[in-house]
Design a protein around this ligand. Structure first.
Ligand code: NAD
Length: 338
């Protein structure tokens, strides 16, 4: 069978996580494009990729006509790069966050519709096996009907660089993962949010790097999120520590351990009798970017729409920008991706 072809745009830090799965899946990399030619060249050499190296995206797409583009540029460039690729007749798989504003994200969705091409965001944490297990337990009724979801994320992260200077570094750069996971694992969509961003005393960040958010989700479920990138000691997992409460039990997923939970085993007593929730075996074989890439390849072969196709992913991005708006206005904000 003919190999699928791609052009990789953006050869910075995260591209190191993309070349191995691209090569493993035998994707024909026709070109690497970066504003910095040396960066693209270095990546090609590092992974033994023989291909065109360029700073000119549009000319490269005309020349190579790849099946899809892998957009690994910085968030501010996602809209221009992805729209150029879609307009050139390519499907796109791009890094999170989809865009640096809702206006840009909406433009990307419209361009995908207009061109009839697929645009999916790689929201890599969706392809962690334990998150798929949680989704099956929670949405499969093993703790009854979900009523509340909590996520705590506390890490003292000394990045240096752009995150130290940007506004809302936590919500914009990290919480998008957790907000998307809340939607994915509980099978819910966002309705409204009340949020407070803040910059803790002693913070080494310029922008607000901590937040407490209360999201109203579909079916009346409340998702409470507390997070900070400026919390020294006793770190949570990067995936966050989660509690899902249903009307018949509770599921916990913490510290990247196998989830565990309890469900009702009877209807009498001050504390009702409980039994352990049965945790099913893992199904996800390809994690992170590899899992996302395989959904793009499956789409190319079968037409099956990836779970993080842009019409879905923009709902997670809308949670990000609504939380920021709520904090700035000091009031509840309704969430709309339209
Ligand atoms: N999924 C994850 O867990 C995860 C982790 C880290 C980063 N990311 C995301 O990956 C993306 C890239 O992050 P990074 O850490 O690799 O950043 P980076 O700054 O290391 O690399 C970005 C590269 O894109 C290039 N670039 C910027 N604008 C361009 C344009 N218009 N055309 C061509 N090249 C351009 C830059 O020259 C640079 O080499 C971001 O959206 C980031 O949020 C995701």
């Amino acid at each position: 069978m003919a190999r699928h072809s791609a052009v990789v745009v953006g050869a910075g830090g995260i591209s190191g996580a993309w070349f191995p799965p691209l090569l493993k899946e035998k994707v024909e990399i026709r070109a690497i494009v970066d504003l910095r030619l040396e960066t693209a060249k270095a990546r090609a050499e590092q992974y033994g990729v023989t291909c065109d190296i360029s700073t000119d995206l549009k000319a490269t797409l005309v020349k190579h006509k790849p099946d899809f583009v892998v957009d690994l540029t910085v968030p501010e460039a996602h809209c221009a790069v992805t729209c150029a690729a879609l307009e050139a007749g390519c499907h796109v798989i791009g890094e999170k966050p989809m865009a640096s504003s809702m206006a840009e994200a909406r433009k990307m969705v419209r361009t995908a519709e207009k061109t009839g091409k697929l645009y999916m965001v790689s929201q890599s944490r969706r392809w962690e096996a334990r998150h798929e297990i949680v989704k099956r337990v929670v949405t499969g009724g093993r703790i009854g009907t979900p009523t509340a979801v909590n996520c705590d994320f506390y890490i003292g992260a000394h990045f240096g660089g752009f995150r130290d200077e940007m506004p809302s570094p936590l919500i914009l750069d990290m919480s998008i993962h957790h907000f998307d996971l809340a939607r994915y694992m509980a099978g819910l969509d966002p309705v409204a949010v009340y949020a407070k961003e803040f910059n803790p005393k002693g913070s080494w960040y310029k922008g607000d790097v901590a937040a407490s958010c209360i999201f109203e989700m579909s079916d009346g479920v409340i998702f409470t999120y507390r997070g900070s990138w400026c919390a020294e000691g006793c770190h949570t997992s990067w995936n966050g520590n989660w509690r899902f409460i249903g009307d018949k039990g509770t599921l916990i997923c913490e510290n990247d351990q196998t989830p565990h939970g309890q469900a009702l085993a009877g209807n009498t007593g001050f504390h009702r009798p409980m039994k352990d929730v049965a945790i099913p075996a893992a199904r996800v074989k390809f994690g992170g970017m590899h899992g996302a890439l395989r959904e793009m390849l499956a789409f190319l072969k079968t037409g099956k729409k990836p779970q993080t196709e842009c019409h879905d992913n923009i709902k997670s991005l809308a949670m990000v920008f609504a939380a920021i708006e709520s904090s700035r206005k000091g009031k509840r904000v309704t969430i709309s991706a339209d």
